[in-house]
Design a protein around this ligand. Structure first.
Ligand code: UDX
Length: 450
């Protein structure tokens, strides 16, 4: 008994296999590990995390699904739905394996924490009578937008006519119809959202967000949910985890940044999933060059439809880029945003990128691509007022103008001031007694009580 008393309790994590989901889940793992829990990560083989970066965690792979071609073809929703169907039996085996080990010298399972899009984990935990908690890696407002989408679809208002696209959705300020997370394969998305929104027997929902950013959305969710919600973000700030980057970071850009003036560089990144056409790549290149601001541009290999990488760019453009820009295939993004030379971020508005930018007080030019990104952009430009949105198609003149508005004009200086102010408010939330800190303490108490 004495030995058992000293044993660490074990938390099993099930992340969704995408960079923007793996990062917060592993950050949560580090936070829980530093609070005395052992961690097992059950993961898909596609995009599997690198165990050597997390030597304190155990890793158990789920089987390969036959659907990786769906990813390559851009059918992410089909991939996720298939993963949920294909991996259930193996997940049961994984949980059983961890439970058997707890009879030897391993910690007892306290609970399963699973990404909301890996909902089969909630079903399996329920079957095995294990406590579970959901992690939502997106913003709290995404939940509200999804609920509104389901409601509007039931009322027959989706798809909506073009003339309504800029109308505000009732009781969803600041969201307009065009900001809803509408996918081409809407039925697949609604199926996924319905499954993800079903909390089953889960005991709580964790959000990687901060009360001072999303107070009213969090309050609305708490009204709708029967279980406590814990906004404990920004997790990348609270956790001591090393980078869980799936691609190799090109750190050479840090030396280039060291040579640039304070607050002068615009950083450009489309995140880990969004794609671009060759035409858009060329327009982006000229827009950046013509803005006459120094820029650091992350162009992910295979992110350009119809090209491997930037070899497709005209020679004259490449020459101009080399005069004031620096291109990498993958950046150490958190370090980049924290560098004093960075004065703005031209982003696809993935939620992690938004949090990372807000935490450094870097104002944002929003160019959302899909899913939650459109609504994140709307919050940046209309609620937190720390950025502007590039709403039209990617065209060099418009990109140049947006960059100059943010980096040169008085308007941009005001956004920078508001960005610094927001950063300070976020920092207060993570300190002892702050909202995220209190939520984290309550979460840990809950897990200990299982
Ligand atoms: C996806 C969805 O597109 C997004 O809308 C959702 O909120 C989360 O999942 P992704 O495209 O991966 O997101 O963007 P984001 O959420 O911003 O996450 C990307 C992560 O990769 C960030 O943590 C960022 O720091 C990291 N990154 C990105 C790098 O480390 N280097 C890079 O060069 C680019």
């Amino acid at each position: 008994m004495e030995k058992q008393g000293k044993r660490r309790r074990r938390v099993v994590l099930v992340p969704a296999p995408f960079q923007g989901h793996i990062n917060p889940m592993l950050q949560l793992g580090s936070i829980l590990h530093s609070n005395g829990f052992s961690i097992t990560v059950v993961h898909a083989q596609y995009n599997s995390p690198n165990p050597s970066i997390h030597p304190d965690f155990s890793f158990l792979p789920l089987p390969d699904t036959s659907s990786d071609h769906n990813i390559l073809a851009g059918h992410l929703l089909a991939f996720v739905l298939q993963l949920n169907t294909n991996c259930k039996a193996r997940l049961q085996e994984c949980f059983a394996q961890v439970m058997r080990q707890q009879d030897s010298d391993d910690g007892l399972i306290a609970c399963i924490i699973y990404d909301e899009f890996m909902y089969f984990s909630g079903e399996t935990a329920e079957d095995l009578n294990l406590p579970s908690i959901i992690l939502s890696t997106a913003s709290a407002s995404y939940f509200i937008a999804r609920t509104a989408l389901i409601q509007l679809k039931t009322e027959g208002q989706i798809p909506f006519p073009e003339f309504r696209s800029k109308d505000l959705i009732p009781e969803c300020y600041p969201l307009r119809f065009k900001d809803l997370p509408i996918f081409k394969k809407l039925e697949d998305f609604l199926q996924l959202v319905n499954k993800a929104s079903n909390i089953r027997s889960s005991s709580a929902i964790i959000y990687n967000t901060i009360d001072c950013l999303e107070n009213s959305s969090l309050a609305k969710i708490q009204q709708q949910c029967q279980v406590p919600i814990f906004p404990i973000g920004p997790m990348h700030r609270i956790s001591s985890a090393s980078s869980s980057s799936l691609l190799e970071e090109d750190t050479s850009c840090m030396a280039w940044l060291d040579k640039q003036n304070f607050n002068s560089v615009i950083y450009v990144s489309w995140g880990s999933l969004a794609l671009m056409d060759v035409k858009e790549l060329v327009e982006m290149g000229w827009g950046l060059v013509n803005s006459q601001q120094p820029f650091l541009w992350m162009v992910r290999p295979s992110s350009i439809r119809g090209a491997e990488w930037i070899e497709i760019l005209p020679k004259s453009l490449i020459e101009n880029i080399s005069k004031r820009g620096y291109i990498v295939k993958w950046a150490p993004q958190k370090e980049v945003l924290a560098h004093g030379a960075i004065g703005g971020f031209l982003s696809h508005c993935g939620w992690n990128s938004m949090l990372e930018s807000i935490c450094e007080g870097v104002p944002i030019i929003c160019r959302p691509c899909f899913g939650d990104q459109r609504m994140n952009a709307r919050y940046v430009s209309h609620v937190w007022n720390v950025g502007l949105e590039l709403e039209s198609e990617l065209e060099r003149g418009k990109i140049e103008r947006a960059i100059r508005r943010l980096m040169v004009d008085e308007e941009g200086k005001e956004m920078q001031k508001r960005g610094k102010n927001l950063k300070e408010r976020v920092e207060l939330c993570t300190r002892k007694g702050g909202s995220s800190n209190s939520s984290l303490n309550k979460l840990i108490e809950m897990i200990m009580s299982f």
